[in-house]
Design a protein around this ligand. Structure first.
Ligand code: ASP
Ligand code: MG
Length: 422
């Protein structure tokens, strides 16, 4: 039994939703679950709603209505007569629920509010897809993911409680209709909605695949397969027909955006293959992720991950003592408390540097927190290039006209922090 996941791009308009239904129809005898993300850029639009709301700007009400309108516009191209009225009612009741919550909420915690509102993107999209499948006589059961995926209360980055979720997910296998559910959203022990981190729908599909021992998980995307570099930045990209779990984890760890980084582990634990396939060019083979490199005789071309807008934070001890373990542990804790992930680090005798994303508010607060004990400086507008399976030729090509600030090299991976030459 397979688990399919469709992302926002595959659902951005009526034409695309029809295409998704065709795909589901074609494979329906072998699909257990279909996991749906929010349509197009809905999550960003809901984040805007929350920002207006927390800034006490009543325009949030209009923004919610506009968002529901845009979903209804898509429905007009998908449904007729009473089918449309039925969906319209459901969508309007989601609108009422959003406005009710925001109108009566007394909790000021941003992450809590975020998790009560942003999930409506997935609730709306999965309702439209489920109803559309029904109107096409493709039998399905709409499942509220919050009744099956249990998490802790770490709002916006909640951790899945597998033990609690497994029996709930497995219980659904009693009927053999396709289950249509939402990615990204879940529920905590207090009964509140939680989310699993931006782009977390891939991870939901992997959690479900793990819990039901799926034969395969398929992510349907708007790229023909996993490529060795981001085609929006690099020309002449190469398709990777096969990737080991290890390579996929490494790629996503360094920042390749093709799959959510947490997706691979649950699949690897149960040796469930992950197929990344194009929803546009349905006959292209895509990429199969599974196994390990040795047994599959996989060899890779250079795989490139390129990140801009990086900041190098350099931290030195003030008294010329060594920056030993104790200092490092204080520094690491401080980064973690500020939600700043280190993309590359370097440690010297009296200083330590870390390359991080440019989240300026957090960086300023980090600098303040460290400034009692350390001297802290930072450098902005840097680029971080990571090449797995590098060749000297590739390194030379990609570092041409660049000033290199820091290099870190292992047998398989090179990371280069650089900026354009002035
Ligand atoms: N809709 C959520 C997001 O855009 C989750 C997802 O797409 O996977 O982050
Ligand atoms: Mg998405």
């Amino acid at each position: 039994m397979q688990v399919f996941k469709f992302g926002g791009a595959s659902l951005k308009d009526a034409e695309n939703i029809k295409n998704v239904a065709d795909i589901i129809d074609k494979y329906k005898s072998d699909i257990g679950f279909v996991v749906i993300s929010a349509l197009g850029k809905t999550t960003n639009a809901l984040e805007m709603v929350i920002n207006l709301y927390v800034n006490k700007n009543d325009f949030y009400i209009g923004a919610v209505k506009t968002l529901i309108e845009s979903h209804l516009d898509i429905c007009k191209d998908l449904f007729k007569n009473e089918d449309f009225t039925n969906v319209e009612q459901k969508l309007n009741s989601f609108q009422d629920a959003i406005l009710d919550f925001l109108g009566t909420n007394t909790n000021n915690t941003y992450t809590f509010i975020y998790d009560q509102i942003v999930p409506y993107g997935e609730l709306l999209s999965s309702t439209i897809v489920g109803e559309y499948l029904t109107s096409k006589s493709i039998k399905n059961e709409w499942i509220d993911a919050r009744t099956i995926i249990c998490t802790d209360s770490n709002y916006t980055e909640a951790k899945v409680d597998f033990e609690a979720s497994i029996p709930k997910i497995k219980a659904l296998l009693k009927t053999n209709e396709i289950k249509v559910t939402q990615g990204f959203i879940a529920k905590n022990n207090d009964g509140y909605t939680t989310t699993l981190g931006r782009e977390g729908s891939d991870y939901t599909a992997a959690v479900i695949s793990y819990c039901i021992d799926a034969s395969k998980m398929v992510i349907w995307k708007d790229v023909p397969a996993v490529l060795n570099a981001d085609p929006r930045i690099f020309k002449d990209t190469i398709t990777l027909p096969k990737l080991s779990y290890r390579e996929a984890i490494e790629m996503t760890y360094y920042g390749a955006q093709v799959i959510h980084p947490k997706t691979i582990k649950p699949l690897q634990n149960k040796q469930i293959p992950l197929h990344v396939k194009s929803f546009i060019d349905k006959d292209s083979i895509g990429t199969i992720i599974g196994g390990n490199d040795e047994e599959n005789y996989i060899s890779y071309p250079p795989i490139i991950v390129y990140k801009t807008n990086q900041v190098l934070v350099s931290i030195s001890v003030k008294d010329f003592s060594f920056i030993a373990e104790e200092n490092l542990s204080t520094i690491f804790k401080c980064f973690s408390n500020h939600g700043l992930r280190m993309n590359m680090t370097h440690s010297g005798a009296i200083s330590f540097s870390a390359c991080i994303e440019n989240k300026m508010e957090r960086i300023k607060s980090l600098v303040l927190a460290l400034s009692n004990d350390f001297e802290v400086k930072y450098n902005e507008s840097l680029e971080l290039l990571t090449i797995r399976h590098y060749t000297q030729e590739k390194i030379d090509e990609l570092t041409k006209n660049k000033n290199i600030l820091l290099t870190h090299k292992t047998r398989t991976t090179i990371q280069i922090l650089m900026r354009n030459e002035e």
